[in-house]
Structure formats: structure tokens, C-alpha cells
Design a protein around this ligand. Structure first.
Ligand code: ADP
Ligand code: MG
Length: 240
């Protein structure tokens, strides 16, 4: 385990009790993630992707095994401790955006800072900064229903970035977008990666996974393959 491991996962299992039967959603998963990696997690339906994301995102705890996030052993934490770590360390991006529909982009983007207890003026400032970063500096007072799907996902990405988290965790981030808009979101992820962020993207689409630098493939609750992407999409593209 290197000093810069943001994530250290060892022999992680998750067993769901379904009446008489046990479902081994994760059956012993081990892997490390270093700072500024860009990883896609792939696998067929039912392979354990969402379960693993819930563990990594501190939304749930494992049945056994260790999960060390930035040096603290999260697998042993109670719900209150988990919530605190989650808010500080993880930026979530969901397929369905999960924005508050009746509030402005600014209010949506600054939500994690309210939980973190930051003062209003400082919060607005920081939220404006990240909205500008994702190309929505001129839309801060708009509500999500006044925006396109791609713009909504950008608001969600701004919200994910606002706390300066250790990891951006995206679950099928382009699943509700057309191909062209999905590509624009992947372009934004590429920029975030180049700026030093650590990205984990769950996807069942090979074209999306090919943007990452490493692909972890799950099957039946175990890692089937964990490999480097030889020629990542956008890797040779110049940025302004
Ligand atoms: N809350 C739950 N209760 C019982 N079984 C579950 C629960 N969540 C997931 N599972 C089971 O665990 C396995 C992995 O599910 P999941 O992590 O959702 O896979 P994926 O996201 O790759 O489709 C599946 O067999 C699924 O039915
Ligand atoms: Mg799933």
C-alpha cells in the first residue's frame, strides 16, 4: 500500500440475507486507488457494481473486510461518522442528476457546503467558482428545469466538486444523455482528471470506460480483470 493510496480495499464482502438464502453481492474484493487515478468500474447487471459504489461512497458498510479511505478505516464506522466522511471526501454524480428542482444552480451547487457548516458569503463564492469551472457561470440563478440535460449534469458535477473531495464517484453519469452530450461530459471529466482529481466512473458502456486510464471488471461479486487502458479516448487531445 503506497502512501498516496486514497482507497485501500482488502477482502471486502457484502452479504444480503434474502429470506433463507444469502446473496454474496461482493465475495472478496481487493484493490487500491492512488491519487489522481481515473478508473472505470464495469460488469454485467448484478455483478456488484452498485454495492461496491455504495461501499466506496460510504453509503453502506461491508459485511467483512477493510476499507481504508485517506488513512481512516471506514469499514468500522457508525452512520454518523460515515456521513461526515462522505460529505468531506466524496463528490457524487448520478445518472439522474439528483438536483433540487425548485432551487437555483447556485443553491444546488452549494448544498454540500451547508452540511459542512460554511458561512453564506464564502459558500456563494465557492459555488460560483465551481459553476464557472463547469461552464455555467452565466446560469447561476437558473433552476434545473430551465436547463438542458447536459447542463443539469454539469450542475451536479459542480456540486460534486464544491467540497474539493478526494474522490469523484460517478454512477452511469451519461446514462440519461444523448451521445453528443455524453461526450461533452466525458470531456469535462478528462479536464478534471488532468487537474489532479481522482475519478471513479461506473458504466456498462465500453465507449465510456475507454475514457478512463484503468478498467476494473466485476463478475459475480469478484474482480475478474483489472487493467490499464492502452489508448484512452481524449488522451491525446489538447486542452485550452
Ligand atoms: N439490498 C439488497 N438486498 C438483497 N440483495 C441485493 C441488494 N442489493 C443488491 N442485491 C443483490 O446483490 C447482487 C449485486 O447487485 P448490484 O450491486 O446492484 O449489482 P450491479 O450494480 O452490478 O447490477 C445482485 O444479485 C443483487 O440482486
Ligand atoms: Mg447497479
Amino acid at each position: 500500500m503506497s502512501n498516496k493510496a486514497v482507497i485501500h480495499i482488502k477482502d471486502l464482502t457484502k452479504v444480503y440475507q434474502m429470506g433463507q438464502t444469502e446473496v454474496h453481492a461482493l465475495a472478496g474484493v481487493s484493490f487500491d486507488v492512488q491519487e489522481n487515478e481515473y478508473i472505470a468500474i464495469m460488469g454485467p447487471s448484478g455483478s456488484g457494481k452498485s454495492t461496491l459504489m455504495n461501499m466506496i461512497g460510504c453509503l453502506d458498510t461491508p459485511s467483512s473486510g477493510d476499507y481504508v479511505l485517506n488513512g481512516s478505516n471506514v469499514s468500522k464506522m457508525d452512520d454518523a461518522e460515515l456521513a461526515e466522511v462522505r460529505n468531506r471526501e466524496i463528490g457524487f454524480v448520478f445518472q439522474t442528476f439528483n438536483l433540487l428542482p425548485r432551487t437555483s444552480c447556485l443553491a444546488n451547487a452549494e448544498l454540500p457546503l451547508i452540511y459542512a457548516g460554511m458561512k453564506a458569503a464564502e459558500r456563494h463564492e465557492r459555488a460560483k467558482e465551481v459553476l464557472t469551472k463547469v461552464g455555467l457561470g452565466d446560469r447561476i440563478d437558473h433552476k434545473p428545469n430551465e436547463l438542458s440535460g447536459g447542463q443539469r449534469q454539469r450542475v451536479a458535477i459542480a456540486r460534486a466538486l464544491v467540497n474539493n473531495p478526494s474522490i469523484i464517484l460517478a454512477d452511469e453519469p451519461t446514462g440519461n444523455l444523448d451521445t453528443k452530450t455524453g461526450e461533452e461530459i466525458m470531456l469535462l471529466f478528462e479536464e478534471l482528471y488532468r487537474q489532479g482529481n481522482t475519478l471513479i466512473v461506473v458504466t456498462h458502456e465500453q465507449e465510456i470506460a475507454d475514457h478512463a486510464r484503468r478498467i476494473v471488471r466485476l463478475r459475480d461479486g469478484v474482480i475478474e480483470k483489472d487493467e490499464k487502458v492502452e489508448h484512452p479516448v481524449l488522451a491525446n487531445q489538447q486542452f485550452a
